[in-house]
Design a protein around this ligand. Sequence first.
Ligand SMILES: [Zn+2]
Length: 326
Amino acid sequence: MNQSQNLNPPKAFLVGGKQTPPFVIPSQVQDHLTVLRLFSELRQRVENTSAEDLGLEYFPPADEKERRWSVFVGYAVERFERWCKALRPEHCEQGIALIMPPLDVFMVWHTYLLNPGWFIEDVVRIPTLKGLWEAGKALAAALGMGLGELLQTIPADEDHHIHNWEKMTATPFDPFKSLSTVIDKTIICPKCGMANRAPFLHADGTGFHQVNFTIVCQNTDHYCGFKITHDVLAMRKLLDDLLAPETRTNEPLAQSFLAGTLYTPGNTKNIAYARRVKTAILQAEFFTPRTEIDVPTTRTIMQKAKYSFAIIKSAIYTQLKTDERL
Ligand SMILES: [Zn+2]
């Protein structure tokens, strides 16, 4: 008999004058506590890991434990993104054990689930998240049914489960090994369109996973020299979403709208509101064509704003302020 059975909890509680069954059972609480303990242990291990331990030229020094952790989480997010993109609903049919990601990736997933509004909206907007949605159902079914034990089981290298993970993400299952094998990422220059390799970590703090991320575009054919930062990449993403046409063949309509506008209180797919927001923004002078043949693109708008995200944001806020319904 396990500990949760010994607790012998009541079968119902009196809530608002009604007998109500418990929302959670002791074994679920135990599993969740195990999850939180494993996250805490992972953090301690990361904070006590050095560049030498990892075989890296640079990892934040021992007196920057917070930075060690934030860099590690950056890698975990990268690994989570790769896993989400590769995960298909059919992968989840056999239950969570066969698809359970490594602990660092599970931690990012857990954090995502802590904000259910954003998570549901993303699933509605982004077709590639359908696999993650199905995985979430398998995860919920495992809570209180051995999830904690599953997370503590370290799979063997030859395990089918590990092989699948490596095939899906092209990164080692062990997050610490991954730190020294996945070292950079391709970034397309927003100005000239050339692919650049951006290191995840740099001793001067300008790596992709660091606060002061900057790379200078290496396009030598047409000397570009554009400084690419997180701010510039965020601006490009917002403009891409803003300019995406509403109807795309064989793609869900919800994908055409801006993040944060589709999910409204009481309505997880408020197309009318999302459309109103996007239409209002696009009516700003900044985004309207100057001539009949002028079709604004992400690149032309960025040029017009002198690559300043602050100018783009100001144009959007000014426009939204004029519409009282938004
Ligand atoms: Zn460039």
